[in-house]
Design a protein around this ligand. Structure first.
Ligand code: ARG
Length: 456
């Protein structure tokens, strides 16, 4: 097939050039955006009298037929036609001859590809947002069922203070809330129409850009033609959003992997979301969580790849930018696999409330509360800290917890201590006394669940 741009060439391209230069094997997924964009462009060309109205109508009709033929698998793309834009245009010309040759009036592949990517990303951003909402729903439901499921909270992965599973889960609800906000913010900057920027310097035709923007559901039109064809910030922003989402999923995955280990036994993953070992019959492995954790590296890689591709590119379009697609598509595909499988894994896991409670009981998670108790009895916090430190040390030596000390033993350490100490250091009390906004107390957690439910 002769190339649409072959006029000034004396020779045809080498097969190696075609293979190397061609992007059709990965940009063919943009066929719908490409054709939809072309239909709007053709409609506008007709309306403006830039091409005859009848020709514009024939082009639109044929493009619609091509779209449904592609959807029915009736179209074969051609590597020699390089990319999705020239494939669609060649098919159009094949079908309606000279009329089809009028479509590309006042347009370049440079503004066309920017348009296609923006349209594609707009849809994907909405899909990703919905996936995050579904994950948040599952977390909120699980939090409701576990508003008094006491577990140890950690710092440095050392037991610190008692919290509840609900409180822990709500931490992730907050993270995914920010992820959604970031996606929506990226959406705003993606929702700008680049078409009409031409190759780099706009066009002499009286295009109606606002009309095209309206046809395609864009909020605004770009204000600088050089920037519009060379900007891939919206792709980088999305990759950055996806990297942060994966970082959150990866942290959660790490905890799930720990929690289902024999050492923790806080949860058990459902068989349907675990895998076995080919040699060790007893094994039940958290492969899903590990793979989500593992894929995080690949998403960061895509972000770094595109940042590096864009670095030092002079204005305006450079073919380097064709390298934007694979990392963006790969990252989107993988995050779209990760979120739903992760959601279902969490939805189906069993919570071992007893083990969590036992975990909170060991490790002196109520030591801060004992110190706070002493403060309430008039001891200065620094003295209280030191007194409790000594008590903890002797308990460790005796192999008991703070709640196992007798009142006499407490009195021997500090006369300020009375019988009400046992209530003060009970785990339930430790949790529910933390009834500050954002704290783990049941009443606060219930409020946080309500607030978040209203938001999603
Ligand atoms: N396939 C190209 C890309 O993805 C389309 C734009 C090509 N423009 C050009 N001037 N060669 O970036």
């Amino acid at each position: 097939m002769s190339k649409l741009w072959s006029g000034r060439f004396q020779k045809s391209t080498h097969k190696l050039t075609d293979d190397f230069n061609s992007s059709i094997h990965f940009d063919q997924r943009l066929y719908k955006q490409d054709i939809t964009g072309s239909i709007a462009h053709a409609k506008m060309l007709g309306k403006q009298g830039i091409i005859p109205q009848q020709d514009a109508e024939l082009i639109q009709k044929t493009l619609k037929e091509i779209l449904s033929d592609i959807e029915e698998g009736k179209v074969e793309f051609d590597v020699a036609a390089e990319d999705i834009h020239m494939n669609v245009e060649s098919i159009l010309i094949e079908r309606i001859g000279d009329f089809g040759k009028k479509l590309h009036t006042g347009r370049s592949r440079n503004d066309q590809v920017a348009l296609d990517m923006r349209m594609y990303l707009k849809d994907e951003i909405q899909t990703l947002t919905e996936m995050l909402v579904a994950l948040q729903r599952i977390l909120l439901n699980l939090a409701k069922e576990n508003s008094m499921t006491i577990m140890p909270g950690y710092t440095h992965l050392q037991k610190a203070q008692p919290i509840t599973l609900a409180h822990h889960l709500l931490a992730y609800v907050e993270m995914f809330k920010r992820d959604k906000q970031r996606l929506q913010d990226t959406y705003k900057r993606t929702n700008v129409l680049p078409l009409g920027s031409g190759a780099l310097a706009g066009t002499t035709y009286p295009l109606d850009r606002d009309f095209v923007a309206q046809e395609l559901g864009f909020d605004a039109v770009s204000l600088n033609s050089l920037d519009a064809v060379s900007d891939r910030d919206f792709c980088i922003e999305l990759l950055s959003n996806l990297s942060i989402i994966m970082m959150h999923l990866s942290r959660f995955s790490e905890e799930i992997i720990l929690w289902c280990s024999h050492e923790f036994q806080f949860i058990e993953l459902d068989d349907a979301f675990s895998t076995g070992s080919s040699i060790m019959p007893q094994k039940k492995n958290p492969d899903i969580a590990e793979l989500v954790r593992g894929k995080t590296g690949r998403i960061y890689g895509s972000l770094m790849a595109l940042l590096t591709t864009m670095k030092s590119l002079p204005l305006a379009y450079n073919k380097d930018m064709q390298e934007d697609k694979e990392p963006v598509f790969d990252a989107i595909d993988n995050v779209k696999m990760c979120i739903p499988v992760f959601t279902d894994m969490v939805r189906t896991m069993k919570v071992n409330k007893n083990k969590m409670y036992e975990g909170a009981k060991g490790g002196f998670t109520n030591a801060t509360d004992l110190a706070d108790y002493l403060v309430k009895k008039g001891v200065a916090f620094r003295d209280a800290h030191s007194i409790v430190g000594k008590i903890v040390f002797s308990c460790i030596e005796r192999g008991i917890g703070l709640e196992d000390m007798t009142l006499d033993e407490y009195k021997a350490v500090s006369s300020a201590i009375e019988n009400d100490v046992f209530k003060a250091i009970s785990l339930e009390e430790c949790v529910n006394k933390r009834n500050i906004i954002g704290g783990p107390a049941e009443e606060m957690v219930k409020k946080a669940i309500e607030v978040n439910e209203a938001l999603i």
